[in-house]
Design a binder for this molecule. Structure first.
Ligand code: ADP
Ligand code: MG
Length: 333
């Protein structure tokens, strides 16, 4: 449904994204995960025909974003970072305005409006001025605007930023309900968001894609060793060195708190029994022993900190400090 091939976007001498390639199948939800300044919004603006890529091609439902922008826009619902709402209109007035822009008239407009008002639970505020709505409701109005013409593709730029935990859960539920019938790209810099609603995650950093897989596979693929956390009541001063003598142990690090150590073993070697035997037979007092799995959070930090052995962006994200305001205000499509 969405197919992005080798797109690069340069702002003057600054390369915002470089050689970005990914695709989204029908009904799939893809998380575009990356720290601030990674290039998420830039990619979404290209997909929504807001601006052309410097190089590469982006297609939605088979239509090229540069050659056939009207066809693309018809099939897309876009929620920009800041909801493109007009403060001085009521919810109904605003959605009617957007509906007309979308080419909906009379009865189809009324039924579309009722549908989104119900879906986003906007009934109680539909006659209120947008200026007087809470952040959560304004975000819902933004989503209503994106869903009004029932597009097959949804592009949501950080849809839960600035919402309270209850509103975040509501928006995530809504996105989950839209999956299957819609192809969705959702950008986020928050990890739990990616794992909560998406089947696939693309991690972008410094304008380049550094990883792509399901949340589970990503952590599995990048795990290079098993780690076991042990807590010992009375460790001897040379505890670390002695633990290193156990066959299969790659390394031992001090853990968190007194008597806690992290033991690194080769992948596929579960040394829990050996470790327990070793410590108990020496009467050091084994208080706790457990495997520590690498979370997606670890993977994300590792990938975005450019550790050795990982693909490296040409320009470190740390060099990108200031985020200039976009020169054009995003308006309703
Ligand atoms: N209109 C612009 N002019 C110049 N540089 C920009 C512009 N928009 C974004 N950038 C730069 O491009 C990079 C990617 O930005 P952006 O796509 O907004 O990242 P994200 O959405 O992941 O936070 C950043 O370094 C940002 O400063
Ligand atoms: Mg952004």
């Amino acid at each position: 449904m969405i197919d992005v091939q080798n797109i690069t976007k340069r702002y003057g001498h600054h390369t915002a994204i470089e050689n970005v390639t990914f695709s989204v199948a029908k009904g799939e939800v893809l998380a575009f995960l990356g720290p601030n300044g990674a290039g998420k919004t830039t990619t979404m603006r290209i997909l929504t025909c807001f601006m052309p890529p410097t190089e590469g091609t982006a297609r939605v439902a088979g239509f090229d974003c540069v050659d056939a922008p009207m066809e693309v826009k018809r099939r897309i619902g876009y929620l920009p970072e800041t909801p493109p709402v007009y403060q001085e209109l009521t919810v109904t007035e605003y959605l009617t305005f957007v509906g007309r822009l979308r080419g909906l008239t009379s009865s189809s407009l009324t039924s579309a409006l009722n549908r989104v008002v119900e879906r986003l639970q906007l009934g109680s505020v539909r006659h209120r001025l947008i200026a007087n709505l809470s952040r959560g409701y304004r975000q819902r109005v933004g989503l209503a605007q994106a869903l009004l013409h029932d597009p097959p593709v949804l592009i949501l730029d950080e849809p839960t930023v600035g919402l309270d935990p209850k509103q975040i859960i509501e928006i995530r539920e809504l996105i989950k309900n839209l999956a299957g019938s819609h192809s969705i790209i959702l950008s986020t810099h928050i990890l739990p968001e990616a794992t909560a609603v998406c089947q696939r995650v693309v991690i972008i950093n410094g304008g380049r894609i550094v990883a792509e897989d399901s949340p589970e596979q990503l952590s599995a693929r990048l795990r290079q060793s098993e780690k076991i956390s042990i807590t010992i009541k009375a460790p001897p001063p040379d505890c670390e060195e002695r633990l290193r003598t156990i066959p299969g142990v790659l390394n031992v690090f001090p853990g968190q708190g007194p008597g806690n150590f992290l033991v690194e073993c080769a992948l596929g070697h579960d040394l829990r029994e050996e470790l327990a035997r070793f410590i108990v037979s020496r009467e050091w007092g084994l208080l706790e022993l457990k495997t520590v799995s690498m979370t997606l959070e670890d993977v994300f930090l590792r990938l975005t900190r450019h550790e050795e052995g990982m693909p490296q962006p040409s320009e470190p994200a740390a060099a990108v400090v200031s985020e200039p305001e976009p020169s054009v205000r995003e308006a309703a499509p």
